[in-house]
Design a protein around this ligand. Sequence first.
Ligand code: B12
Length: 305
Amino acid sequence: MKFSLSKLQQLQKKNNIDLIGIAKSSHLKEDENVFRNWLNSNYNGDMNWMENHIEKRTDPQLLFSNTKSVIVIGMNYFSNIQQEKSDNLLVSKYVTEIDYHKFFKQKLFLLLREMQNIDNSIKGKVCVDTSPIFEKAWGIKAGLGWRGKNSLLISPEYGSWIFLGILLVNVEFDKYSKEKRDGCEDCNLCVESCPTGAILKDNKIDANKCISYLTVENNDKNLPTELQLNNWIYGCDICQDICPYNEKNKKLSVHLEFQPKIELHNKSKKYWENISEFEYRKLKKKTAMKRRKFLFILRNINHNL
Ligand code: B12
């Protein structure tokens, strides 16, 4: 039995999911080549875990046997927080009240259960961020948006302020989503605005230079002195703040979980310079920042002073 797209769209509405799309499962050979070249150029920095499970990463069948369809959901997390740039140290908008990983898992498991209530032979696997799967590439195939020059998936409705999550299922659909046309065309604002020159041509990032990578993933004691963090201490929004699609499609997130964690935004350099480990631990609880140890936040603060 094939599952109907319109039934899935009903479940989307019921569960307050901003974007949903489905792609037929396949081996992403072209993406695999792009990815292997990216790794060979060491653009992954010290994220060595990206070199593992390359086959699984490119073929959902190896991640979950019998995958027939890839369901991708997108949730808007845009908030209009104004961060006084000159005197503040900055935390990315993606640090919201609740870490999106947990929220997505709940949404996707519920979606799977509701699909199983309609057809009890359905089996599925939930993937959010940490599974070896190309979420953006699948989001593009599932018609949620196109690959922006900053490498992020840009949706015509919400811009790039969306998190992505995936549900692999063993069922076919009566219809699959259509891919969107590239909306970036000649625009190069994100490439030009990146202060460290991390955005390469061909919609790729050199993570070694990306402020998001440097502040969130890099585990060196000291950061390269030639790279300035431009006041960011966790993540970076520069290549998204400048995007005309994000300007045009500003829609405040309706999800309580994705309201900004106000206590972490809008804080002065002075505040961060004097923050204690106890206070930092209290602030980061439940947020996406929770995995980052105090030592690295101190390193990032110091790199900005
Ligand atoms: C590793 C990682 C990072 C790394 C590397 C970023 C990167 N661009 O790869 C770092 C730490 C830098 C990072 C930063 C951020 N990240 Co991140 N990250 C990931 C993660 C875990 C894997 C991404 C990956 O595989 N990268 C490898 C490279 C090679 O992949 P790629 O650039 O996407 O290229 C692929 C395709 O686009 C394709 N491709 C590229 N060019 C071409 C050309 C052709 C012709 C074809 C066919 C294919 C193709 O081939 C590649 C393989 O599929 C994903 C979650 C996931 N599991 O997918 C989240 C994810 C991409 N990150 C996300 C977010 C929100 C961010 C930040 C915005 C956070 C912040 N504010 O600081 C920044 C944005 C920085 C930027 N401009 O990319 C979201 C993006 C949502 C969206 N709208 O796209 C994701 C999907 C997490 C999620 N679940 O929502 N991230």
